[in-house]
Design a protein around this ligand. Structure first.
Ligand code: DX5
Ligand code: ZN
Length: 220
């Protein structure tokens, strides 16, 4: 299993964002997780395509855009132009989920569907064969630094079974409350891609934290 670590810039120093994304690339991160919040679908407001294009020249890492916005569609092309490589959205935020997945892929990005802790997995029934990524939220979206919701572990295992049945290489990303002391349990449940905001950007040494996460993953 290939494991990927995706530091969320939500916990970075926004006044020094270029420097911060260069630092996580140098520290061994696999993706830049870019949380987009609109103060409508979620109760917080963050950054848009302009900031995505501003960080694009600073790193070679893929930019993993997590859209917590409603409506979704009109932002997809803007983020693709701004250099996004993966774009995930929440099914509750799109009137036409299949169309939104198609839009993301037509723009040349990998497409992901994001599930809140209480969003049922039946949204995967007619979509999994078109997805590159399933993003399971292990906190309610809107803020960094929240507590991991342990009941999501069962859901991770269920998604892993569905991906295995489908037979395609779909990434299973988990987002929220991931730390060095629970990352192994999240991997054991079936995740392969780990978002971590406060655990990495809140630490004194990004490289040491990512190294410790990989050490824990190596024991799974
Ligand atoms: C929450 C965001 C997460 C968040 C993770 O809405 O989608 O990506 O930044 O932050 P931590 O790792 O601090 O829970
Ligand atoms: Zn996120």
């Amino acid at each position: 299993m290939t494991f990927r670590i995706a530091p969320s810039i939500l916990s970075a120093d926004f006044a020094r964002l270029g420097e911060e994304v260069r630092a996580i690339e140098a520290a061994g991160a696999d993706l830049v997780h870019f949380d987009v919040m609109d103060n409508h679908y979620v109760p917080n407001l963050t950054v848009g395509p302009l900031v995505c294009s501003a960080i694009r020249p600073h790193v070679k890492l893929p930019i993993d855009v997590h859209l917590m916005v409603k409506p979704v569609d009109r932002l997809v092309a803007d983020f693709a132009k701004a250099g996004a490589n993966l774009i995930s959205f929440h099914p509750e935020a799109s009137e036409h989920v299949d169309r939104t997945i198609g839009l993301i892929r037509e723009c040349g990005c990998k497409a992901g569907l994001a599930f809140n802790p209480a969003t049922p997995l039946n949204h995967l029934d007619h979509t999994l064969e078109k997805l590159d990524l399933v993003l399971l939220m292990s906190v309610n979206p809107g803020f960094g630094g929240q507590q991991f919701i342990a009941s999501v572990l069962v859901k991770i295992a269920e998604v892993r079974r569905r991906i295995a049945r489908c037979g395609r290489d779909v990434w299973l990303e988990v987002d929220g409350g991931i730390k060095t002391d629970n990352i192994a349990a999240v991997a054991a449940a079936g995740a392969d891609t780990f978002v971590a905001g406060s655990a990495i950007f809140g630490s004194a040494d990004y490289r040491a934290t990512i190294r410790e996460m990989r050490a824990r993953l190596a024991m799974v």
